[in-house]
Design a protein around this ligand. Structure first.
Ligand SMILES: [Zn+2]
Ligand SMILES: [Zn+2]
Length: 259
């Protein structure tokens, strides 16, 4: 199979690290900060980089130093009190996993990543809808994520603990339910971190997912930006079909920024 030489060298050279139950956590946390970094730099450069700023969804609104600090604080707090204890528990209670001998085929890998995105999209759509429709759920758990009506990369994980735990639970459990190969699981996790940050980055670049994927199948940054401006629309994190079925779909033409 095409991917086997790469998988074999990973399997042989990094066996112990890859088998550790900590590996997926280290992978997702480090990819979060690495993927956020270029967007943070674009925000800090601001008008000094007009060729970047012309892709800003809400051109007049940029995060201030204090909002960046606030989100960093929430993220560090969540990591200290939730992610770190979860890591310790995994490390203490879960035996190291076995690495399969064969790499997944390209088709298996792509189907696995898409299947995981579709399943998470459905789960989070329901969760998200309930946390907007039921006032107590909104105020107690989800309101913190709506502090900002003009999102930016670091707002992605500006979440309450319950939301972070739910999202972490599904992204960990779903690949097991779908019987994905470990390599497929890790690639899904990094793709999921990327698209979640892209949803919040505040820029609609020519390479954004909603432009690469045709027929408006995928929501992408402009749709989720609308959710932060008009919170009763666009509940799905990735694809647009659930919002179309439930009548909660809104285009960027509704956007405050364009009025
Ligand atoms: Zn959001
Ligand atoms: Zn929301």
């Amino acid at each position: 199979v095409f991917g086997n030489p790469l998988w074999d060298s990973l399997r042989v050279n990094y066996r112990d690290s890859l088998r550790s139950p900590l590996f997926p956590i280290v992978l997702t946390v480090s990819s979060y900060f690495v993927i956020c970094l270029p967007f943070i730099i674009c925000d800090i450069m601001g008008d000094r980089w007009p060729w970047v700023q012309r892709f800003k969804i809400q051109p007049t609104r940029r995060p201030t130093a204090s909002t960046l600090l606030h989100c960093t604080g929430v993220t560090l707090h969540n990591h200290a009190f939730l992610v770190l204890p979860a890591s310790v528990a995994q490390w203490a209670w879960r035996p190291p996993v076995d690495l399969p001998v064969q790499a997944p085929s390209v088709l298996e890998l792509v189907a696995g990543v898409i299947g995981n995105l579709l399943l998470f999209d459905f789960q989070y759509f329901i969760w998200h809808l309930l946390h907007h429709k039921i006032r107590w759920l909104y105020v107690t758990f989800h309101a913190i994520h709506h502090n900002y009506s003009s999102p930016f990369a670091l707002a992605t994980q500006c979440l309450g603990g319950w939301e972070l735990v739910t999202v972490g639970f599904w992204t960990t459990l779903n690949p097991v339910i779908l019987r994905c190969h470990l390599l497929t699981t890790w690639i899904f996790m990094v793709v999921h971190v990327y698209v979640s940050i892209e949803d919040h980055c505040g820029y609609d670049f020519p390479w954004s997912t909603s432009r690469l994927i045709p027929f408006g199948i995928y929501g992408g940054p402009s749709k989720h930006d609308v959710h932060h401006q008009k919170p009763n629309t666009n509940f799905a994190p990735h694809f647009s079909h659930w919002d179309k079925i439930f009548g909660t779909h809104a285009d960027f033409s509704f956007s405050v920024a364009k009025e």
